[in-house]
Design a protein around this ligand. Structure first.
Ligand SMILES: *Cc1c(COP(=O)(O)O)cnc(C)c1O
Length: 211
């Protein structure tokens, strides 16, 4: 990994947009290199892989760990115990479970709800209509801090198609008065910034290709 790649992208991004460095598939040593030059938010998508890095890097207290993977119900406790942010809550049942477990664990994770804005069968998430319908009920859940929405665009879209979906996400977040939108990856981060992303989830563009 070359820290110049990180600095190059960091310098192109407006200061109100956060970089989540997606370190899944990369080593603790790579995390250390960019943590040392000011990156403190790291995203992981597998619980076990994340634990190993969290344990190796436990002395780096400034790191904020973000969970971005598909959450299995039986791993919710471990996610709640070990991550400050959860970007990938994709159903009401899981959200309720996170709330219950957070209460028991005396935690209050920052939550972004994954929304499904296109008919991509490989991606889960809340349908916008469902979110709007259930919003009052969702807001009553204890020990979670709802800060935003998250979306993953299908692969292979044009720049314009990416923009349309990102703008939908931003509009929905605004209508629910949620400040954050976790959107934009290595291939579509520029469109995501233009549409109002607050968290870019960047992996390969920072760390290089995954083996
Ligand atoms: C892997 C992953 C990313 C980062 O992908 P890159 O294309 O390497 O930037 C972002 N978000 C999620 C949910 C991921 O699983």
């Amino acid at each position: 990994m070359n820290p110049a790649n990180y600095l190059k992208i960091k310098n192109k991004i407006p200061s109100n947009v956060n970089i989540l460095a997606v370190s899944k598939g990369f080593k603790s040593q790579d995390i250390k290199i960019i943590q040392n030059i000011g990156q403190n938010d790291f995203g992981e998508s597998k619980v076990q892989e994340a634990f190993e890095k969290q344990s190796t890097l436990k002395d780096l207290k400034e790191i904020n760990w973000h969970f971005i993977g598909r959450i299995q119900s039986n791993k919710i406790r471990k996610v709640v115990q070990n991550f400050k942010y959860i970007h990938s809550v994709d159903s009401f049942e899981k959200l309720q479970k996170i709330s219950n477990i957070s209460l028991q664990e005396k935690k209050c994770p920052l939550i972004m709800l994954q929304v499904k804005l296109s008919e991509d069968p490989t991606k889960g998430g809340f349908k916008p209509e469902f979110l709007i319908l259930k919003w009052k009920e969702i807001q009553k859940l204890k020990n979670i801090s709802l800060t935003g929405l998250m979306t993953i665009n299908p692969k292979g879209l044009s720049s314009k198609e990416n923009s349309v979906l990102f703008k939908k996400c931003r509009e929905l977040a605004d209508s629910l008065q949620l400040p954050d939108c976790s959107m934009g990856m290595s291939g579509d981060w520029e469109e995501a910034i233009d549409a109002g992303s607050t968290w870019l989830r960047l992996g390969s563009i920072i760390f290089g290709g995954r083996s």
